[in-house]
Design a protein around this ligand. Structure first.
Ligand code: SAH
Length: 216
């Protein structure tokens, strides 16, 4: 029997705190979300290791540190409305659900969306809604969002995502080539968008109307 709670605490200490993640609320969210419930059964014993894992359909659940880095950049206080593009396993959405009021997540692949939705409900993350769709178009219905997080690699920043940000809102998105991207943090301030770079990263491609074309 694996002691998942001990593994989780070790992951938080060695992968997050040791690398400079300091936001206490973010670290607490990582304590609350059982990551092993979000990985396929055959990889459960690897759930807390320091790299991404396959979740089927050619997609991955991101490395814990990458989830923490992106989440911390959004600087959530608890009352925000957050949009995620790329629900995947639902893990990032679960972390966000501990830190914001409402989370909306778009997933392109119906099978993954259905699984993520059911898993989040079963585990009691009730303030998350998952829909199937092309996230490069955002999710107009609930806009504007205080924070938008894109967990797939984009070739450009989709304009509609910028439009769906509230004033003062933050967008975190990997932008670059198919193989390598730069993690960018964009803050909307009136009519302006302030950009910062958070370093290199590697995500599966963001595929859609304002992303890569299918088959890349
Ligand atoms: N956040 C996820 C990991 C995401 S992997 C987690 O915590 O597990 C990237 C996901 O983005 C994949 O599931 C992929 O199908 C999805 N994706 C790619 N392009 C997309 C698009 N245009 N709209 C929505 N989802 C997209």
């Amino acid at each position: 029997m694996i002691d998942f709670q001990a593994e989780r605490e070790q992951m938080i200490n060695e992968q997050l705190i040791a690398r400079g993640v300091t936001d206490k609320r973010v670290l607490d969210a990582f304590r609350r979300v059982p990551r092993h419930e979000f990985v396929p059964i055959q990889y459960r014993d690897e759930a807390y290791v320091d790299h991404p894992l396959s979740i089927g359909e050619g997609q991955t659940i991101s490395q814990p540190y990458m989830v923490a880095l992106m989440t911390e950049a959004l600087n959530l206080a608890g009352k925000e409305k957050v949009l995620e593009i790329g629900a995947g396993s639902g893990y990032q959405a679960a972390i966000l659900s501990c830190l914001a009021r409402d989370v909306y997540s778009v997933e392109r692949l119906p099978e993954l969306a259905l699984e993520a939705r059911e898993r989040l409900k079963r585990l009691g993350f009730n303030n998350v809604e998952v829909k199937v769709g092309d996230g490069t178009l955002g999710w107009d219905e609930f806009a504007p969002y205080d924070a938008i997080i894109v967990t797939a690699g984009a070739n450009q920043i989709p304009n509609l995502l910028l439009q769906q940000l509230s004033d003062g809102g933050k967008l975190v998105i990997p932008v670059g080539s198919i193989w390598f991207q730069n993690l960018r943090l964009v803050t909307k301030s009136g009519d302006e968008y302030l950009e910062e770079s958070l370093g290199g990263c590697r995500f599966v491609p963001l595929i859609g109307e304002y992303g890569w074309k299918e088959g890349v």
